[in-house]
Each structure stands twice: as C-alpha cells, then as structure tokens.
Write a protein that binds this ligand. Structure first.
Ligand SMILES: [Zn+2]
Ligand SMILES: [Zn+2]
Length: 303
C-alpha cells in the first residue's frame, strides 16, 4: 500500500490546475444533480416498498450496463484486447449507452488519450489536476481546445459504433429508463424500476467507473507500471467489475484481463472468457508470463 505522503504528492507540480480554466458544462452538472437526487429516492423506495423482483432487476441491470462499459467500451472497443461477434458488440453498445458515459466512440477517444498521455496535461482525467478532477471534474468541464486528438478510425469503420455514436442519447433513455420501468411494471412497480434499475444503478455505476480514474491512480500498489500513477487496488476491482488492477492494465493494456491472477476478482475477464467458449468472442490477447514477471521485477513492487 502507498503511504499517505506518497499519495498526496503531485506527480508534477508544473501542471496547471484545470479547475476554473475551461468552461463549465452546466447541463451535465444539472443532469448529475438530478440523477443523484433520483438515486437517493430510489434507495428510499427500495427500503419502503421492498420487492425482491425490483432489487434483482436493479442488480441485473447494474451488471449488464457495467460489463458493457468494462468488457465492451473499455477492453473491446478502446483496447481491442479481443474480437467479439456483432451480437455481442450490439449488446455492449445498447447497455453501454444506458450507462450515460457518452458514446463508445467518444469514450474511447478520451480513454486512448488517457493511456497515451498518462499523468501529462493532455490526459483528460489526470490526477495531477487533483483527485476530484480525475473522479468527476473533467466531465463537468469542456475539453481544452488544444487537447491533442488520438486515432479512433478503427472504430469509425464499425457501422454499429457509428450508429451508436449518432443515437446514444435515445438509446440511453430507452435502455437506461424506459425498458427497466416497463419490466418492473409487469409486477406493478414501474416507479421502482425507473428509480432503482434506472437511476440508483446509474449513479452507483458512474462512481465505480470514476473510481478507476481517481482511487486507482492514487491508492494501491504500483506493481507493474512503475513510471505512471496507476495502481493495483483490489477494492476498486470489487466495485468496478474487475477494473481495479490498474497498474497491470496500464503496463499491459492489450491484455483482455485486468486481474491477471486466477484469484483476482475480475468478472469482466470471466465474461470475455465465457463468450469465447460460446464462440461469441475470439483472439483473446494474453501477455506472456515472462513479460509480466520482468515488468514486476522492474517496478519492484513500488508503492
Ligand atoms: Zn488509468
Ligand atoms: Zn484502459
């Protein structure tokens, strides 16, 4: 584990503080406030109108939408760590839209920039601008105009990705709110479906994704990526469906696993492996054991 002093030390104090230096996206902030309010209402609703069916729907929707971000947006579309059938890609894009984290194309553009410029000013969610900036502040602000572009032309060639990029907002409304409300309406709890599987699920999933950018770049062990702030954090892996092994991921971003050991909690790698057994995914990339061991000894388990 890192020491508190290490965690609080900025990587490069010459970086500008981005807070207040780019325009604020007030509409996004208003939606965040509304969603958090409705999530609190959802938490109250599930306690005061408890229903196993609604709770199960909420958990199921959390997994569907969350895995579409981790195994889909992240490991498939951003990193091409495996190939997936059109049916799987379409499901990732539909439930990924319901996670309200932008289109897959825009998400991958930000994420590839994060990997290419980790901890540098062009890193959209660099912790050098502060923990809160990396967690949520960057989403509330317009990207600075001089931010370099990164290539996503491989994704632009995918007609499913292009379609989702153009229609991700109506898809988000449909898969993130209308369908869960309609399903829960079957047992007379449409409001619970909207609040619990819609907004409570959305807000919890947001913060689990954001924790990878903030907590997993601040707390934990720099087991592999010695030169970067990324760290391995088992508890972030627990809430983010396996994404917390972030030091390994930054060092070996093309590997379809983030939790590389068999005992690491990484439901996203288990999903991808299962899809490959079913013939729905193929060409899963694994880094050789000797490369992993060499990277570990280089990093020296630096905390
Ligand atoms: Zn990272
Ligand atoms: Zn990544």
């Amino acid at each position: 584990m890192s020491s508190p002093a290490d965690a609080a030390t900025p990587l490069d104090s010459s970086h500008p503080n981005y807070w207040g230096q780019t325009s604020v996206r007030w509409a996004i902030i208003a939606f965040f406030a509304l969603a958090h309010g409705l999530a609190v209402w959802g938490a109250v609703h599930i306690v005061t109108h408890f229903s196993w069916a609604t709770l199960s729907l909420g958990i199921g929707w959390y997994l569907l939408c969350g895995l579409s971000i981790t195994a889909g947006y992240h490991r498939l579309f951003s990193h091409q760590s495996y190939k997936a059938s059109a049916v799987v890609r379409a499901l990732y894009l539909m439930f990924g839209a319901a996670s309200c984290q932008n289109s897959a194309l825009a998400w991958c553009q930000d994420h590839r920039r994060h990997h290419r410029y980790t901890d540098e000013p062009a890193d959209p969610y660099s912790t050098s601008h502060g923990f809160l900036w990396a967690h949520i502040g960057w989403i509330w602000h317009v990207t600075p105009a001089d931010t370099p572009e990164v290539k996503v032309d491989d994704l632009e060639r995918d007609p499913l990705v292009r379609f989702q990029h153009n229609f991700w907002v109506p898809l988000a409304v449909m898969f993130g709110a209308v369908i869960p409300a309609a399903i829960a309406g079957l047992w007379g709890d449409a409001l619970g479906g909207l609040l619990v599987a819609g907004f409570l699920r959305l807000v919890l999933a947001w913060h689990s994704t954001f924790s990878v950018n903030s907590f997993a770049h601040t707390f934990g062990q720099r087991a592999y990526a010695a030169g970067a702030s990324a760290r391995d954090s088992a508890w972030v892996a627990l809430i983010s469906l396996g994404e917390g092994y972030h030091s390994f991921h930054h060092r070996f971003q093309s590997d379809y696993r983030n939790g590389v050991r068999w005992y690491h909690f990484d439901p996203s790698k288990w999903l991808i492996w299962t899809l490959s057994r079913l013939g729905l995914a193929r060409q899963l990339i694994r880094v050789p054991v000797r490369s992993r061991e060499a990277a570990q000894s280089t990093a020296g388990g630096r905390a």
